[in-house]
Design a protein around this ligand. Structure first.
Ligand code: FMN
Length: 351
């Protein structure tokens, strides 16, 4: 396979290979897709201020996140239904994550049951949790994920109701099955599509008591994903979360919320280093990763880029995306005069 030179160049290649319904599903955002576009634009807007005359003959992108020693700070974000993109689905993705030395977050809405996805996988992974309407169903998902080897649970808190995903409403959703949920009850919904607000699976009652219960009962650390506000981040840390993921769900839920690059500094300030802060949304370049760390993130996640890689080249494509971003990060660090991730300080952003 002749790989393109950057991650963005994979998108048209993926588009050529996907049914339009699947392409629109992965590409689309909510409503007018303003936040979707702004996620990418906000990283691009930031300008860099290199520190010259630093010996950069040795560059180290390694980091520690919870108890994981990671060779680089780029994670795979939870994305539903990988069988739409490759017949090997999440198993293929995890092989790519292993090859690219990245920690992957498996979605509740995976095409592969967490036990099957994780079988034989030696690298660490986390499990993304959608709280279910029946609390015991949520408990059972957490227990299954932990038993399958998930080292942490990432509770998504930005999806209590559906977003106005116009593309999905025009095209319909591609057919998928969700084996993690196959034994769990689903709320029948006979409202017509144009009046539908609630997801048949996800709990609209997701609130602080649900998080507190999860924190009390989960055998593995719990992070929250989908936070933009500083006060919510601070309250979650006070409640005992092990990390906060600044995310707007890739612009797929509530349109016109800010880009994650713009929300990140407020959350970092509120968390005050008590737990790691991660960020996702619009990260397409090594410079985006560097900028996220300059703004105080401990690590980043990418979503759509690795789905394009998975579509185009399976595990190899996922690893290509990770390797490319990691190499671009190293280049950026060298040119910025930063030899370690700790050197990626805010003064490297042009004021
Ligand atoms: C097709 C697709 C499916 C997604 N499924 C989930 C999911 O199941 N759970 C979740 O928490 N986030 C989900 N997300 C959001 C991602 O985890 C992540 O926040 C987002 O993709 C990051 O933005 P990026 O795609 O610009 O990198 C999904 C995103 C996409 C594109």
């Amino acid at each position: 396979m002749d790989w393109p030179v950057n991650v963005g160049d994979l998108e048209p290649l993926a588009r050529d290979r996907l049914e339009p319904i699947a392409y629109d599903y992965v590409t689309g955002g909510a409503a007018d897709e303003l936040t979707l576009a702004d996620n990418v634009a906000a990283w691009r807007r930031l300008r860099l201020a290199p520190r010259n005359l630093v010996d950069v003959s040795s560059l180290d992108t390694s980091t520690k996140l919870l108890r994981h020693d990671l060779p680089h700070p780029i994670l795979l974000a939870p994305v539903a239904a990988h069988s739409l993109f490759h017949p090997g689905a999440e198993r293929e993705t995890l092989r790519g994550a292993t090859a690219g030395e990245a920690l992957a977050v498996l979605s509740t809405m995976s095409s592969t049951a967490v036990e099957d996805a994780a079988a034989g996988v030696s690298s660490p992974f986390w499990f993304q949790l959608y709280a279910q309407r029946d609390p015991s169903a949520t408990d059972s998902l957490v227990a299954r994920a932990a038993a399958a080897g998930a080292a942490a649970v990432v509770l998504t808190v930005d999806t209590p109701t559906l977003g106005a995903r116009d593309r999905d409403r025009r095209m319909g959703l591609p057919p998928s099955t969700y084996p993690n949920l196959s034994d769990l009850p689903e709320e029948p919904d006979d409202t017509p599509p144009h009046r539908r607000v609630f997801h048949s699976r996800f709990s609209p009652s997701l609130s602080w008591p649900v998080l507190r219960h999860l924190l009390d009962t989960s055998p593995v650390p719990v992070l929250v994903k989908g936070v933009l506000r500083a006060d919510v981040a601070a309250q979650a840390v006070d409640a005992g979360v092990a990390g906060v993921v600044v995310s707007n769900h890739g612009g797929r839920n509530l349109d016109t919320v800010p880009a994650t690059a713009d929300a990140l500094p407020g959350v970092v300030q509120a968390v005050q280093g008590r737990v790691p802060v991660l960020v996702d949304g619009g990260i397409r370049r090594g410079t985006d990763v560097a900028k996220a760390l300059m703004l105080g993130a401990d690590a980043v996640l990418v979503g759509r880029p690795y789905v394009w890689g998975l579509t185009v080249g399976g595990a190899e494509g996922v690893a290509f995306v990770l390797d490319t971003l990691r190499t671009e990060l190293e280049m950026a660090m060298g040119l910025l005069g930063a030899t370690t991730l700790a050197d990626l300080t805010p003064d490297l952003l042009w004021d």
